[in-house]
Design a protein around this ligand. Sequence first.
Ligand SMILES: *Cc1c(COP(=O)(O)O)cnc(C)c1O
Length: 390
Amino acid sequence: MKKELDTRGLDFSTRCVHSGVYKDEVYNSVVTPIYPSSTFYFEGPGQTSGYDYTRTRNPTRVALEENLASLEGGAGCTATSTGMSAISSVLHLLPENAHIIAGHEIYGGTFRLFNDIMPKRALKVSQVDMRDIDAVRNAIRPETKAIWIETPSNPLLNLTDVEAVCRLAQEHDLLSIADNTFLTPFLQRPLELGADLVVHSTTKYLNGHSDVVGGAVIAATDDLAEQVAAICNALGTTCSPYDAWLVLRGVKTLSLRMAAHEQNGMALARFLDQRPEVERVYYPGLESHPDHALACRQQSGFGGMLSFDMHGGEDKAQAFIAGLRLYSFAESLGGVESLIEHPASMSHAAMTPEGQAAAGIGPGTIRVSAGIEASHDLIADMEQAFTALD
Ligand SMILES: *Cc1c(COP(=O)(O)O)cnc(C)c1O
């Protein structure tokens, strides 16, 4: 009898398929049912099935939460309505007037939350070059409570040494929180490197099919996991059973998809690296990437995200993008279909031109989310778009 299969000790890809899944004890369904019920009846005073109200706890959502906690190696997980709601919820762990340290180049929505919204709630943020551990140490103040890690960074794929930053956080009694959206636990597990919390936009690789927005928080300890669950329940940031079901379906193929994304990421990076129209390629899998050695140490692969600078600035970059047939010109990432975008005018438009320049985002910078199509088709499409520029 399967009933609540114990998947501890099984391989990562086996846990993707089986962890948390078996919630139907009546019909032995192989797939987790969607339990849309907003409320669950009591059999008597204080007698519940373990569920009473869906904002607080729902069997479909619990299935996803157990799965993601297993994959990240955490004590517990709360699945949220979006990646941003996961991030907003986690910030509620911090006391009043807290200060946090983050990198220069962080996800645009996180940047907006840190700089426009949270300061009104008395949260202060310092953004530093996270590759420089002394810069991180020097930014610590008496009121500092957390360090925010996003590696690889978006869009230029700079890496943070997660172990070194988490050690520093521990020495100063700070929470270390890692956004693991870009690599997923298949390629990087921040909790094993010392982080206290991992956040995800499940919208991206975990769901992987560009058909849901969602998020998750995975905590290293039971205590933190309980605090996060209580905050998400109080704020109302948990996700719907339908969305949990979709992400759980997506995550079952995570290992296969990530291997394909990675293969295409590498193939495109190598192709672009030898094109005369391209000034520079940003991909941690290339030996020429300044953080290549760190990537080999803390990641088990390089992922499917890459960026490159084109000669000729924005006009040439936009003309190249317009000539592509297979890639969708769109923000977001991590789906099975390849996407391409222009950070300066799209994903990072919230940054000032000076801020973009300081971060290294130029008018000719293009970001690619490599999908799972055949590498030779993706390369051939870029080849014809380059040829059409002449
Ligand atoms: C997309 C993304 C988010 C925000 O997630 P949403 O699901 O869009 O709210 C946060 N962090 C990173 C790294 C992302 O790529």
